[in-house]
Design a protein around this ligand. Structure first.
Ligand SMILES: Nc1ncnc2c1ncn2[C@@H]1O[C@H](COP(=O)(O)OP(=O)(O)O)[C@@H](O)[C@H]1O
Ligand SMILES: [Mg+2]
Length: 383
């Protein structure tokens, strides 16, 4: 099954919001999740992800707005009347039933007698055919989570909601399960709405990611779109690492904006500027660490023309095998992160060395300077 475009199975949230007394957990938000897509709600703990999911499931009554599935308004329907199933972090399997009966449960409850074919298909889908007669406690965490997915999918929901389903697993198993869930979703073609605080998880799995911050969706798009073109400092810092450099709009040069940062100039493609760009406006020029090249100051003359460049001193160099992560002190921009692939290492690039940082201007983006430059940096560390 493929993502369909007729809208008949889309999940549509119109102005949906939730307040608890004076506290707003979710500000009124609009979202469209296309049928058949793998959609991730990404954000730090407490930003309103679970509340949003529970409103879609019918487990939480919205304070305002509507939930639609295709052309049906389901806002007033109780959970069991919605074509939606939820998988939680705690798998909530029935401990006294074996795997087969756990998966069969939804069918039996609806009075269906011949469950064998469907249960076996589901067990095959999640690759647990061999484990059918074991009890949940005899399975690993990843296997139990797959049982929970099978148990939900056997009801043929239009939408499967997953609330941090991999949160209890260790890192390696989590990575495996990410690929596994993605494969299952592709195979069954059911809409998945996956909640996570792990940006890598959201980017690996989802077609579309909505980044939430303090009860609002800050930006949504494909993982590459969000990573390459963040529109807020929160998104720039929460998804990977961004260097944000305080700069001022100087002039226009064809399709580029010329920025002044200290006594240097940086070029910015006008199309990548999500801030007011009149001369004199302050902006935050952004560049990702892996886009920057380092050249020892002695070789500064070898840096090709037409590249954005800054100078600095290496403050720290962390070798992590596949790459080296540098921190460069720059008089213009403060501490800058630079990630260099471990291909040909210049042995002079050690702490204390004077360097030129340079990059293709096309990789520069710019954000409105009226935001907290550090938004989104703490949240990830706190998780
Ligand atoms: N029943 C409730 N009463 C009061 N506050 C709540 C309730 N449920 C959630 N909240 C608050 O709403 C905010 C969002 O919660 P939640 O949606 O669970 O966040 P997330 O899933 O992103 O961690 C949090 O600050 C939480 O404390
Ligand atoms: Mg939650």
């Amino acid at each position: 099954m493929k993502t369909t475009t007729d809208g008949s199975g889309d999940v549509r949230l119109d102005g949906i919001g939730k307040t608890y007394g004076a506290f707003t957990a979710v500000h009124p938000l609009d979202l469209i999740v296309p049928q058949g897509s793998f959609f991730a709600l990404l954000g730090a703990s407490g930003c309103g992800k679970t509340t949003t999911l529970r409103m879609i499931a019918g487990l939480e009554e919205p304070s305002c707005g509507t939930v639609r599935l295709g052309d049906q308004d389901v806002t007033q329907l109780p959970p069991y009347k919605r074509p939606v199933n939820t998988v939680f972090q705690s798998y909530a399997l029935f401990p006294h039933l074996d795997i087969y009966e756990n998966v069969a449960f939804g069918l039996r409850r609806r009075g269906i007698k011949s469950v064998k074919k469907q249960v076996e298909e589901m067990l095959d889908l999640v690759q647990l055919g061999e484990q059918a007669r074991k009890k949940p406690h005899q399975l690993s965490g990843g296997q139990q989570q797959r049982v929970a997915v099978a148990r939900a999918l056997i009801n043929h929901p239009k939408v499967l909601l997953l609330d941090e389903p991999l949160g209890a697993l260790d890192l390696k198993l989590r990575r495996q399960m990410q690929l596994e869930l993605k494969r299952i979703q592709t195979e069954v073609g059911i809409t998945f709405i996956h909640v996570t605080h792990d940006q890598e998880e959201a980017m690996t799995m989802a077609d579309t990611v909505a980044v939430m911050n303090a009860g609002r969706v800050e930006q949504q798009g494909s993982p590459t779109e969000l990573y390459e073109n963040p529109r807020t400092t929160f998104v720039a810092n929460f998804l990977g690492t961004s260097n944000l450099i305080e700069a001022e709009v100087d002039s226009r040069s064809g399709d580029d904006i010329v920025l002044r940062a200290g006594d240097g100039k940086l070029l910015l493609p006008a199309a990548r500027c999500s801030a007011p760009a009149a001369t004199g406006e302050k902006v935050l020029a952004g560049i990702r660490p892996e886009k920057i090249a380092l050249t020892h100051a002695d070789d500064a003359g070898s840096v090709p023309g037409g590249r954005n460049r800054l100078t600095g001193t290496i403050a720290d160099a962390g070798f992590i095998g596949v790459s080296t992560q540098y921190v460069i002190d720059s008089p213009v921009a403060g501490a800058l992160a630079v990630y260099a692939q471990n291909v040909e290492r210049d042995t002079r690039l050690v702490p204390g060395a004077e360097v030129v940082l340079h990059w293709n201007p096309a990789h520069t983006f710019a954000l409105d300077a009226a935001q907290d430059i550090d938004a989104g940096t703490e949240e990830e560390a706190a998780v």
